[in-house]
Design a protein around this ligand. Structure first.
Ligand code: ARG
Length: 461
């Protein structure tokens, strides 16, 4: 078929270059958004008297037919020489209803069209991502509820630090994912402006009604400046940033799952359906899903970098470089969704090895802070109590003891303030359950977090 711009040109575009130039293979996924955008545009054209009502109705009906035909696979994209999804739909429309179809593109450019389509597409995807995160948080709250009293070591520098519960640890991730949902909602808010009517860059001489199209497509308002409307892709960068942060959280969680599965920790056992074996080592059970999630974080960060770099040197307004935005943001969304979908069943089916967690918490002096706090509560200054406890720990290490194993006479050699109640103070359960400060690991406090989280989740679609 002759190219749309054949009037100006003497030759067809070289066919290899046409392939290079075409975005149809990846922007075809926005066909529904492209059609919905065109329908709103053409309705507005009809209502503003820019084209006839009859033509407007005819175009809308045909666009609906095209959408239905694409959906059932009656029309295929492969083999088409169209430059992008926008051209593809317009060509199909014109092939079906002739001259009437040629009126669709009045007062519009592909520049505002593509800026619109991506926003429509990303709005839908943001909601799916939020829904996925809600799924992870739901699993976390349910798991936590069952493990309010499952004591495990809390770490800093990957050294045993202070005792916590498994529920407390899991709910830390729930908080991160809640913020991720909020970040997605913020991104949505800023993205939710309609660029349609910006035209190529300088608006239109036709009496278009931008409020109308913006309302029809459920945007907050039309974009304020027609040059900005077609030039920026900050909303893609922002979404890709939000997804990168989601992946940072998922990757960090994955790292812990990988550690917890190792024989060195053995805090959890993954369900066989969510682990893999080795082709040579018969004993192996590998946490591939978690590793893959950790790995996919890297490509998503790469996409984020690509998006920043695509835009950073572009003069206003549209430049073809911007066609590269789509593969980057689509890849980030697709992979983040895959990660979330795989993570949910992996988490909900894993076996928690409570005994191993507790055993690990017994070793490593994670009750040393509590020993120092004991002295402080008896009147000693914290720094002095800290020093004495350090000496006690050194003594215990030399004897391969725990603080709970030292005789009271030995304690008294270090300070007269020690009494029999020290054993209660350094008891693991006391250490955890008495940490009752807001946000702390005591079962009541964690339950509070679970309840608050569930309350917040109710408002997430
Ligand atoms: N396929 C193009 C893109 O994704 C659509 C906009 C084309 N506009 C243009 N003036 N060449 O960016």
């Amino acid at each position: 078929m002759a190219q749309m711009w054949a009037g100006r040109f003497k030759k067809q575009l070289d066919s290899k270059i046409n392939d290079f130039n075409s975005s149809l293979s990846f922007d075809c996924r926005m066909y529904a958004e492209d059609i919905e955008g065109s329908k709103a545009h053409v309705r507005m054209l009809g209502e503003c008297g820019i084209i006839s009502k009859d033509d407007s109705v005819k175009i809308v009906e045909c666009l609906n037919d095209i959408k239905a035909d694409i959906k059932i696979g009656k029309i295929e994209f492969s083999g088409s020489a169209a430059e992008d999804i926008h051209m593809f739909i317009e060509e199909e429309l014109t092939a079906r209803i002739g001259d009437t179809g040629k009126r669709l593109h009045t007062a519009r450019s592909r520049n505002d069209q593509v800026a619109l389509d991506i926003r429509l597409y990303l709005r839908k995807e943001i909601n799916e991502l939020k829904h996925g995160l809600k799924g992870i948080i739901t699993v976390l709250t349910n798991l936590s509820e069952r493990h309010l009293k499952t004591v495990m070591p809390g770490y800093t520098h990957l050294q045993r630090a202070q005792p916590i519960t498994f529920a407390h640890h899991l709910m830390a991730y729930a908080q991160m994912f809640l913020r991720d949902i909020e970040r997605l909602s913020d991104t949505y808010k800023r993205m939710n402006y309609c660029p349609l009517g910006s035209g190529a860059l300088a608006g239109s001489t036709f009496p278009i009604d931008r409020e109308k199209t913006s309302n029809l497509l459920k945007f907050n308002a039309p974009t304020a400046n027609s040059i900005d409307g077609v030039s920026d892709r900050d909303f893609c960068i922002e979404l890709s940033g939000a997804i990168s942060i989601i992946m940072t959280h998922l990757s960090r969680f994955s790292e812990e799952i990988i550690l917890w599965c190792s024989w060195e920790f053995k805090f959890i056992d993954l369900d066989d359906a969510y682990a893999t074996g080795s082709s040579i080592m018969p004993q192996k059970k590998n946490p591939d899903i978690a590793e893959l999630v950790r790995g996919k974080a890297a490509r998503i960060f790469g996409n984020n970098m690509a998006l920043l770099a695509i835009i950073k040197g572009l003069p206003l307004a549209y430049n073809k470089d911007m066609q590269e935005d789509k593969e980057a943001i689509f890849d980030s969304i697709d992979n983040a969704k895959l990660c979330i979908e795989s993570f949910i069943p992996m988490l909900s089916t894993m076996r928690v090895l409570e005994g191993n967690m507790r055993n690990a918490a017994v070793k490593g002096f994670i009750n040393a802070t509590d020993c120092a706090d004991y002295l402080v509560k008896k009147g000693m200054a914290f720094r002095d109590a800290y020093k004495i406890t350090g000496e006690l720990v050194a003594l215990c290490i030399s004897r391969d003891f725990g603080l709970e194993d030292l005789a009271i006479s030995e304690y008294k050699n270090f300070s007269e303030l020690f009494d029999d109640d020290i054993y209660h103070a350094v008891n693991l359960e006391t250490c955890v359950f008495k940490r009752n400060s807001q946000g702390g690991p005591s079962p009541e406090r964690v339950l509070e977090q679970i309840e608050q989280t569930r309350e917040i989740l109710k408002d997430v679609l």
